[in-house]
Ligand binder design. Structure first.
Ligand code: FAD
Length: 303
C-alpha cells in the first residue's frame, strides 16, 4: 500500500482538510525537533478516531498516537505510517463533582476549569503541559498528586478499534505508566471525581505550584520535561547535578543549568543531538553512581 492510498482511504473517513502529508512534527512536540510524519490525521469525532484505528489495524499500517507532544522525542528521520492526533477531541464537561474530558483536552485546562468551579483534586495538574490522553497514558503527576488519585474510568479504543471502558483498577496506573501504553490503547476520554473545596485554598495552591514550577524549571526553552524517571532511592536531577553535567550537551542540546533533570533544545538541536545528550547523561551517571537512568520520555521514529 502506498502513502497516496492511505490518504485517499482516510479521506473517506475524515474531512480531507484534517489529513496532512509529510507533516513536520516539530510544531507538535515541545522539544521542537525531529522529522516528519508520512501522514498526519486529526479526527473530529470519537467515531472517526475508531474508524482510523480499525483501518490501520486491518491494513497493517503503523499508527502512532501523538498527544500534546510534551513527553515525546521524534527522531530526525520522522515517523513512517500514520500519526494520529486528537487535538480536535477536546470537550470538557463538568457535572457536580464529576469531570469528563476528551483525550485532546489539555490537562492544564481541566485543572483551570475545575478550579473555577471550586473543585479540588486537580490542582497538581495546573502546570503539566500534556493532553488528557497523554496524562492517562503516563499517569501524570506532580507535587504529591497524580491522575490515579482522581480517575474514575477511562474510555479507550483497543488496537483493533473496539471501544471499551477501563475502571481505575483496570488502568494499572503506576509511576509514569499504565495499561494504556502497555497494551497500545488509544484514550478517547476520561472521567474524574473531584471534591467541593474552598476557592481561596484552591487558588492559593495553584499560585504556589505555578511559582515553584516557574522558579525551578527552564520553561523558556523547548524541552520534554523530566527526561528520566526517578530511580528507586534517588532523584535523577540530583545524580545528574552531582555528575557536573549541567550546561553540558551535544550540538544544540544541553542539560539545563536550572533543572538538571531537563534536557533543553538550546540552539536548534537535532533529535540526534538530544538523544546523544541523553545517552551521555546515562553513561556518566552509571559510571559515577552505578545507577541506571530509565527514560520517562518516549523516543519514536527513525534516525
Ligand atoms: P505525548 O508526549 O504526546 O505522549 C506521551 C505518551 O503518551 C506517548 O506514548 C503517547 O503515545 C501516549 N499518548 C498520548 N496521547 C494518548 C492517547 N490519547 N491515547 C493513548 N496514548 C496516548 N509530566 C508529569 O507527569 N508531571 C510533571 O510535572 C510534568 N512537567 C512537565 C513540564 C514540562 C515543561 C514538560 C515539557 C513536560 C512535563 N511533563 C510532566 C511531561 C508530560 O507533560 C506528561 O508526561 C504528559 O502527561 C504527556 O502528555 P502529552 O499529551 O504531551 O503526551
Amino acid at each position: 500500500m502506498t502513502i497516496e492510498k492511505w490518504v485517499s482511504d482516510l479521506a473517506q473517513m475524515v474531512n480531507p482538510q484534517n489529513i496532512k502529508c509529510n507533516e513536520s512534527l516539530k510544531q507538535y512536540t515541545m522539544t521542537k525537533l525531529g522529522g516528519n510524519a508520512d501522514v498526519f490525521v486529526m479526527p473530529e469525532t470519537e467515531e472517526e478516531a475508531a474508524n482510523i484505528v480499525k483501518y490501520a489495524y486491518e491494513n497493517n499500517v503503523p499508527l502512532l498516537m501523538l498527544g500534546n507532544g510534551s513527553n515525546m522525542v521524534v527522531r530526525d528521520g520522522g515517523v513512517r505510517g500514520i500519526v494520529i492526533h486528537f487535538a480536535k477531541l477536546d470537550r470538557i464537561d463538568i457535572d457536580g463533582e464529576m469531570v469528563i474530558a476528551q483525550s485532546g483536552a489539555l490537562i492544564k485546562e481541566v485543572s483551570k476549569l475545575a478550579a473555577a468551579q471550586a473543585l479540588t483534586g486537580f490542582e497538581f495538574a495546573c502546570g503539566i503541559p500534556g493532553s488528557i490522553g497523554g496524562a492517562m497514558a503516563m499517569n501524570a503527576g506532580a507535587y504529591g498528586g497524580e491522575i490515579k488519585d482522581v480517575i474514575v474510568d477511562c474510555t479507550v479504543l483497543t488496537p483493533t478499534g473496539e471501544r471499551i471502558v477501563l475502571s481505575k483498577d483496570e488502568l494499572e496506573l503506576a509511576y509514569r505508566k499504565s495499561v494504556i501504553t502497555k497494551k497500545g490503547y488509544y484514550v478517547l476520554n476520561a472521567k474524574f471525581h473531584l471534591a467541593k473545596g474552598d476557592q481561596e485554598e484552591i487558588d492559593a495552591k495553584i499560585a504556589d505550584l505555578t511559582f515553584q514550577r516557574e522558579s525551578k524549571q527552564p520553561l523558556e526553552y523547548p524541552s520534554a520535561g523530566s527526561v528520566f524517571k526517578r530511580p528507586p532511592g534517588y532523584f535523577a536531577g540530583k545524580l545528574i547535578q552531582d555528575s557536573q553535567l549541567q550546561g553540558k550537551g551535544v550540538g544544540g542540546a544541553e542539560v539545563s543549568t536550572k533543572h538538571a533533570g531537563f534536557i533543553i533544545n538550546k540552539n536548534n538541536a537535532t533529535a540526534t543531538d538530544y538523544i546523544e545528550t541523553i545517552h551521555m547523561v546515562q553513561r556518566v551517571v552509571k559510571e559515577k553512581f552505578n545507577v541506571d537512568l530509565e527514560l520517562e520520555v518516549k523516543i519514536v521514529g527513525e534516525d
